[in-house]
Design a protein. Structure first.
Length: 165
């Protein structure tokens, strides 16, 4: 096989992989936007809470606001970072703003966000959201599994939510 043919084949492979990743990230963001609306449920301790999802910023962001979980509401913004990276920025009651990047399950129902970096983080081991998993059970039921990391200690919180009628 000629060198030119190998180079063209490699270029096509790379181009199609990037295009596929762009479509996947954008498709995942569109799937998350289907959460828009009001949700209610319980946290790990059985306490009631409400979550509101709202499309905002001309459709470039999805805002999630958690009500009833501590003295202040927590806000998270889902957004694209370039054409092939789905991100979550969490505005935490601990005063920092972790950014997490998504990976999506092959069936498109589980969105895992992993810590990338944060603003206003006093030190790398200071308390911050490290990981969150959103699982779409169906159009009217989803779960959120949050992991907070503070000086090497993980604290977990689980929300089981149903769309309000």
């Amino acid at each position: 096989m000629s060198t030119k043919l190998i180079c063209v084949s490699m270029l096509l492979l790379v181009t199609s992989t990037v295009a596929f990743a762009q479509l996947d990230a954008q498709k995942s963001f569109t799937q998350l936007k289907a959460l828009a609306g009001n949700w209610e449920g319980k946290n790990s301790q059985g306490m009631p809470l409400e979550v509101t999802f709202r499309d905002t910023a001309g459709g470039s962001a999805l805002m999630s606001e958690i009500h009833g979980h501590g003295p202040e509401n927590m806000i998270s913004m889902f957004h694209m970072d370039g054409p092939n990276r789905l991100m979550l920025t969490h505005y935490c009651g601990s005063g920092n703003q972790p950014r997490m990047q998504a990976t999506v399950s092959p069936d498109g129902k589980t969105f895992s966000f992993d810590f990338v970096d944060a603003t206003n983080l006093a030190s790398p081991d200071a308390g911050h959201m490290q990981h969150v998993v959103f699982t779409i059970v169906d159009a009217n039921h989803h779960t959120e599994d949050w992991t907070f990391l503070d000086h090497g200690k993980q604290m977990k919180e689980f929300f089981d939510l149903h769309r309000k009628a």
